[in-house]
Design a protein around this ligand. Structure first.
Ligand SMILES: Nc1ncnc2c1ncn2[C@@H]1O[C@H](COP(=O)(O)OP(=O)(O)OP(=O)(O)O)[C@@H](O)[C@H]1O
Ligand SMILES: [Mg+2]
Length: 262
């Protein structure tokens, strides 16, 4: 589904060269849900930018379904790739209503909002919002700016899945939320991913979440993948064990800056 081969990303910063990605090899199958953890500056966001096409890597290749998209610009990958970032304000159009936001996101209603917002469509939107348990299905005509951060991120995740991309990229999309909402949005994300079979990469600083969600986990450090866990091993690993695995790789705890609390 998604293959990264020897991806390197080097930035020039004044006189210095910053090696943000130092050779990343990664193969994700369709439906894989990979959580990505790592210290600040490890290269996590850069990795997502390379996959999304916002950056053309210095060297290496990116393949989606076997097609080399390394140099394909972001807008030509956008249909296949959904992206959610940390800031709840960035995913929705604030002055548009919940229903209009959902209509915009939905592939089937690209023609016009008037056509899109039939009664039937509104009923469909209410049905996708109801399982969130936030009462958003009763607020279809509220503008998005009225929603709390958690409600907005729930709406953003819903919009991302309505757009039916092949790959979903999440960059700390729960980091700006309180712990209860972060857990809720995490679980909601996993439920959506399971239902739609989306191939997903989720960057998080929350180790509890990184273990709980998805079927694979990688730890990045200084532009490299330094640890990979999958399947039963991932599920059975506890946070302290993960921390000590990092330490074994000669990474000081204080370099990790990871949240070990749930
Ligand atoms: N456009 C750029 N120009 C120069 N350096 C950059 C650029 N983008 C990123 N970097 C550097 O590349 C490295 C990796 O950055 P990146 O944003 O990928 O880290 P990250 O793992 O997402 O960190 P965080 O957890 O803080 O979000 C950092 O040293 C960063 O300063
Ligand atoms: Mg980042």
């Amino acid at each position: 589904m998604l293959t990264l081969e020897g991806v390197r990303q080097v930035f020039r910063s004044g006189q210095d060269l910053v090696v943000a990605l130092a050779g990343i090899d990664l193969v994700l199958d369709r439906g894989d849900f990979l959580t990505v953890i790592g210290s600040n500056g490890a290269g996590k966001t850069t990795l997502l930018h390379v996959i999304a096409g916002n950056l053309i890597p210095t060297s290496g290749r990116v393949l989606i379904d076997g097609e080399d998209v390394t140099a394909t610009p972001a807008h030509r990958r956008a249909r296949r790739i959904g992206r959610i970032v940390q800031d709840p304000l960035s995913g929705t159009a604030p002055t548009m209503t919940i229903a209009e936001n959902l209509a915009l996101a939905s592939k089937r209603s690209k023609r016009s909002l008037a056509v899109a917002l039939t009664r039937r469509r509104r009923r469909e939107f209410a049905e996708v919002l109801r399982p969130l348990g936030m009462g958003l299905e009763r607020r279809l005509d509220d503008p998005a700016f009225l929603l709390s951060g958690g409600e907005r991120q729930a709406l953003t995740v819903t919009m991302a899945t309505l757009a039916r991309p092949d790959i979903l990229l999440l960059d700390e999309h729960t980091a700006a939320l309180d712990p209860a909402n972060a857990r809720r949005i995490g679980e909601l994300t996993e439920a959506f991913v399971e239902r739609t079979g989306l191939t997903t990469l989720m960057v998080t600083h929350n180790m509890e979440q990184a273990i709980a969600l998805g079927n694979r986990l990688v730890m990045m450090h200084k532009g490299r993948i330094v640890l990979e866990l999958g399947g039963e091993k991932k599920r059975s690993t506890k946070v302290p064990e993960l921390v000590s695995l990092f330490s074994h790789r000669h990474i000081a705890d204080d370099e990790l800056l990871l949240e070990t609390a749930p």
